[in-house]
Design a protein around this ligand. Structure first.
Ligand code: HEM
Length: 423
């Protein structure tokens, strides 16, 4: 159970002063929360050795997210030296909507949101339930498996694949591409990670060019198919360029993968560590679950999993003018890391923040970000979380991990690579 142990004020100051996102100690990945607490309490707007800033207080993150005029999401300045001019990773990340400001951001977002309406998401539920139940059948037949490989990661790849209507037998490489491309966002990269990331962008684009050409000839149902929507463009006739179209498809296919895998994997591992929370949720689910009636209970639980072990721990912005955050003056050009994982454990916002409370009310966590870039797929992610976690528990109430789970070892995306279990 990860309860942050008390720490002397002096020790907290030492830890905060030494904090450098590019030089994290190995034990940080298992439990970063004491370090986050030390920063939040003693140096919430922390200057790192590279001159950038690391923010850990909930109120400060909200203030930055809210002020998209002062804090840009455009990453060209930051990523050009990181990846080098002409690198596929540079073109990809600087063309995706999440790393752009309006007007490109607004145009792409509007197109995507049209296929993620309440109705479109409700229409996905029956297929999702069938998929989850068939994965559970396979696990039951084997008497267990791996929470991440056999369950958590198998769900988003299908759901996002459906969202862009990627043919089923072509989905195999999607997860590896996605892990490599998003992995290249880590604060520090090895040459191998960079090479793999660049190669993955190139391969992904080669694949998508063929898919897009085919979809142009045979358009899908624009109510449900994001790719057809992006190709057709807005009713006003404004279309995305070919590069914008392809790179944003890559982004959407990536955005919903690892994040949702980690939501499901983190939740099922956390329930092993919090037996009371698990017993409480199992009691609510009962032996003959009425899933419609359980929706509010599962929604609260999923949001608490998201708060407690946020899949995406870090966000970034760049100050475009002189501004102030949490009483600290930041100059124009300041690079800011928003620590979602720390803000979601801020006692100024959440009572008993280090306790997993699956019935937590008024849980305004920042796991999906906030403001104009707030996650476009949040309703879809919540649906996947509810169905996957709820049905897994109903089928295997006594599941147990058979080996310690293996962490992904990333600062930005928090999750497990493997978690073997028996039912
Ligand atoms: C548990 C699962 C998920 C988490 C924790 C998550 C988290 C986030 C966060 C924190 C952002 C904001 C980034 C920023 O402001 O810098 C974001 C943006 C985004 N997410 Fe998600 N996400 C999840 C699932 C999904 C899914 C399933 C989709 C599928 C459509 C998706 C699509 C997007 C898109 C398109 C954006 C960019 C929005 C914009 O820039 O306006 N996400 N997500």
């Amino acid at each position: 159970m990860q309860v942050t142990p008390p720490m002397t004020a002096e020790r907290a100051r030492e830890i905060a002063a030494a904090f450098d996102l590019r030089a994290l100690p190995e034990d940080f990945y298992a439990n970063p929360f004491p370090v986050y607490a030390a920063l939040r309490e003693t140096d919430p707007v922390h200057r790192m050795p590279d001159g950038s800033w690391f923010l850990t207080r909930y109120a400060d993150l909200v203030a930055v997210y809210r002020d998209a005029q002062s804090f840009s999401s455009d990453k060209k300045v930051e990523f050009t030296p990181k990846y080098g001019a002409g690198a596929p990773l540079l073109e990809h990340h600087t063309t995706s909507l999440v790393f752009n400001d309006p007007p490109l951001h607004t145009r792409v977002r509007k197109l995507i949101m049209g296929a993620l309406t309440r109705r479109a998401i409700a229409d996905m539920e029956p297929g999702l339930v069938l998929l989850v139940e068939s994965l559970l059948d396979g696990i039951e037949a084997e008497g267990g498996g791996d929470l991440v490989e056999d369950f958590a990661s198998a769900i988003p790849v299908e759901i996002i694949g459906n969202l862009l209507a990627v043919p089923r037998d072509e989905r195999g490489p999607l997860r590896a591409w996605s892990l490599a491309i998003l992995g290249a966002l880590e604060p520090k990269l090895t040459p191998q990670q960079e090479e793999l990331g660049n190669r993955s962008v190139t391969e992904f684009l080669d694949y998508l060019r063929v898919l897009v050409a085919d979809r142009r000839k045979h358009p899908g149902d624009a109510e449900h198919d994001v790719l057809t929507r992006l190709i057709q463009g807005e009713a006003t006739g404004e279309k995305l360029s070919e590069t914008e179209l392809l790179q944003n498809c890559v982004f959407i296919l990536n955005a919903g993968h690892e994040t949702t895998t980690n939501l499901i994997g983190n939740a099922l591992v956390a329930l092993e560590e919090w037996p009371q929370a698990r017993a409480q949720l199992l009691r609510a689910i009962g032996t003959q679950p009425d899933w419609d009636a359980l929706e509010p209970v599962m929604t609260l639980a999923v949001d608490e999993f998201l708060r407690f072990e946020s899949s995406n721990q870090l966000g970034n912005r760049r100050a475009v003018k002189d501004c102030e955050v949490g009483g600290v003056a930041l100059p124009a050009g300041a690079l800011v890391t928003l620590c979602i994982g720390a803000a979601n454990r801020d006692p100024a916002q959440f009572a008993n923040p280090d306790v997993l409370d699956l019935a937590r009310e008024n849980n305004r966590h920042l796991a999906f970000g906030f403001g104009i870039h707030q996650c476009a797929g949040l309703s879809l992610a919540r649906l996947e979380g509810r169905v996957a976690i709820g049905r897994f528990l109903a089928r295997f109430p006594r599941y147990r991990l058979t080996e310690p789970p293996t962490r992904g070892g990333r600062a930005r995306f928090r999750g497990f690579l493997q978690a073997p279990f028996a039912v």
